[in-house]
Design a protein around this ligand. Structure first.
Ligand code: SAM
Length: 269
């Protein structure tokens, strides 16, 4: 669909694109073709799309598989797709229970980038081809020590391989967003280290990254209560672990897991 086609269809539906819903619609159908081809969908794969909008990806996905689930929050857009013969669940992808799926293909609303990526990873799948704002994509693929390395780099990176596979300029959308986008491929994998408690690991990473430029030792001492440790326990930990003089932004997921496993041991002692 062209720029004019998207604007016209939205107008006829009485939809003024909402920034709060991240409604920037793809006008370059070549990008939609590319994403669906890259997702390498078999005819029996269970495919999930979040935020179909006017259906530029949806109609291509529906041709690739007969097992497509589509979730759209905006009621008017969901009804419009149903009128086109596509089956759509109207609901919030952050609250609706996600179905089992093999492959996800979506141009995501930027507000839920982080939360939905983690929700998808919790569910488990074979491959995802997802469009994000460029800056978020850079966070997702960042490695320890990179300028973009952050909590989401750890929480997605320890259980998947994330790669930027295409850059998409903002001129490919209506309305044009302020920033460019990137398409990311996510392939889940098991971490090659043990995590005693997934919940504890997530909490440790969250707390340490809220002090990401301080030495891990100082972050742990000042947040010992939030980490479920007494002062003595926190001291014991910081005296016995190797990475305590490093800043969290230089620690790998494996090193962060060593910290959270040690916290787990002290809490359960
Ligand atoms: N896939 C379409 C495209 O590429 O043109 C639209 C992409 S647009 C970036 C994001 C879409 O997600 C919009 O249709 C918006 O209404 C929908 N959306 C926003 N928040 C949502 C949520 N929490 N759950 C499901 N859909 C959501």
């Amino acid at each position: 669909m062209t720029f004019r086609g998207v604007a016209g269809e939205l107008k006829s539906l009485g939809v003024r694109p909402s920034r709060n819903l991240g409604q920037n619609f793809l006008t370059d159908t070549g990008i939609a073709d590319w994403m669906v081809a890259r997702a390498d969908i078999g005819p029996h794969d269970r495919v999930l799309e979040i935020g179909p909008g006017l259906g530029v990806l949806t109609e291509r996905l529906a041709r690739a598989t007969d097992r497509l689930t589509v979730l759209e929050l905006d009621r008017r857009l969901a009804e419009n797709l149903r009128r086109k013969g596509l089956s759509v669940i109207q609901g919030d992808a952050m609250e609706t229970e996600l179905p089992e799926f093999d492959i996800a293909v979506s141009n995501l609303p930027y507000q839920i980038s982080s939360g939905i990526t983690l929700r998808l990873l919790d569910r488990g799948f074979r491959r995802a081809v997802l469009m994000f704002q460029k800056e978020f994509a850079e966070h997702l693929v960042a490695k320890p020590g990179d300028a973009s390395y952050s909590r989401i780099s750890v929480m997605a990176g320890y259980r998947s391989e994330c790669s930027i596979i295409k850059q998409v300029p903002k001129s490919c959308f209506y309305p044009a967003p302020k920033v460019d986008s990137s398409i990311v491929e996510i392939i889940p994998r098991h971490p090659d280290f043990d995590i005693a408690s997934e919940e504890g690991f997530g909490e440790t990473v969250r707390i340490l990254f809220s002090h990401k430029n301080r030495k891990a030792r100082n972050g742990i001492m000042s947040e010992h209560e939030a980490l479920g440790l007494g002062k003595d326990g926190a001291r014991e930990l910081t005296e016995n672990l190797p990475h305590m003089d490093r800043r969290p932004i230089t620690l790998s997921a494996r090193e962060l897991a060593e910290i959270s496993n040690a916290i787990n041991d002290i809490r359960n002692a």
